[in-house]
Design a protein around this ligand. Structure first.
Ligand code: MRU
Length: 352
């Protein structure tokens, strides 16, 4: 079990708060913050105090509970208007991870389906729905871990990109859940963590989590992955995802696509671990996935000092899309889909 909690609701519906581990401060400082307003949740998502597709969705669900705390006792119509406004507001925090929209949709539906009159009771229901989303995420992480662990044998070296661990979910993570489950089953593994420029989620967060759990980890700069693969030191790549289209194309942290191309070239299996809440079956393929573009300063001043001359143009897409053809297997809470394509993805998600 993790000795850290990424997010947790503390208190009752009327006065509770969302507690988050502030990931912008890791690994140097381990500090929790209390979000008491929807604006604080929006800001925490936007600046990556909480990040990772599933954790963003769960936090947003609790953000809706915070947003509607002041509306208990209002007429149903104005409560519902506030709920809708909160969902629209939170939907603008980040564009790529579909878990955000999935969770907000669940919260909206909970409000829409309410047939009582008491808005205080409806508000209690919203907290229950957020807790359900949270609990489901924890369970999905465990199941992903169990299915994925069967693909790993003792002695393997796994390369991962960004952070798809407990810090990115309410539970044990997705890609890292596979590693944690294999380790619990007694398999000895070693992980290469790509540093993951510009915000260093691999170096700061993945390395921290693995160290916390006693799993051997080596950090490499992103541009070293090819060399490490060529040296024969990587047996499998496992990453998470932010949005997976119906044909299996998967968006994940910028640089994932390059790793997938390298893995293909070196004949290394490339696996993507994600819960069903990360799939967007409304998109036929990855070309429709919105890619977040972030501020130039993340590239120009990433290390607390200027590393790019003033006035030079910068492009900073936060995600890229790995085509399904480069993906050996998708690992979800329902099992493993090998060589994913539209038919197998739709059947996997529909059949269950
Ligand atoms: O910008 P981030 O840190 O939110 O990006 C996170 C990732 O790309 C993760 O790999 C992805 O969300 C999967 S998390 C289980």
């Amino acid at each position: 079990m993790a000795a850290y909690e990424t997010l947790r609701w503390r208190g009752d519906a009327a006065t509770g708060v969302l507690q988050l581990l502030d990931q912008t401060l890791l690994p140097e400082q381990r500090q929790e913050i209390d979000c008491r307003s929807v604006q604080q949740v929006w800001e925490a998502i936007r600046v990556l105090r909480v990040r990772g597709a599933p954790a963003i969705g769960v936090s947003a669900a609790y953000g809706v509970v915070l947003a509607t705390q002041g509306l208990r006792g209002e007429a149903l119509e104005s409560f519902r208007a506030g709920l809708r406004q909160a969902c629209e507001y939170l939907a603008g925090s980040r564009p790529t991870a579909v878990n955000l929209f999935w969770a907000l949709n669940r919260m909206q539906q909970c409000g829409d389906c309410w047939s009582g009159d008491s808005t205080a009771e409806l508000h209690e229901q919203l907290l229950l729905e957020a807790v359900r989303i949270d609990d489901e995420d924890r369970r999905m992480c465990l199941a992903i871990g169990q299915h994925g662990a069967e693909l790993l044998q003792t002695g393997m070296n796994v390369l991962t990109h960004c952070n798809a661990g407990g810090l990115a979910t309410a539970g044990d993570g997705t890609a890292l859940a596979v590693i944690f489950a294999a380790a619990r089953a007694g398999k000895r593994l070693h992980v290469f963590a790509d540093e993951t420029r510009p915000l260093l989620q691999g170096a700061r967060l993945t390395a921290w989590e693995l160290q916390q759990r006693g799993i051997p980890v080596t950090v490499i700069c992103d541009n070293m992955a090819g060399q490490v693969m060529r040296e024969g030191r990587v047996d499998m790549v496992i990453t998470g995802a932010d949005r997976i289209a119906a044909n299996g194309d998967a968006a994940n942290k910028i640089g994932t696509y390059s790793v997938a191309v390298l893995a293909k070239h070196h004949g290394i299996p490339f696996c993507v671990a994600a819960p069903s809440s990360t799939f967007d079956l409304s998109l036929a393929d990855g070309s429709g996935i919105p890619i977040e573009e972030r501020q130039a300063e993340e590239v120009t001043c990433g290390f607390g000092r200027r590393t790019v001359p003033e006035g030079v143009a910068v492009y900073n897409p936060a995600f890229d899309v790995t085509p399904a053809g480069l993906i050996t297997a998708l690992i979800t809470e329902r099992g493993v889909v090998r060589s994913p394509n539209r038919d197998s993805v739709v059947e996997h998600l529909g059949g269950g």
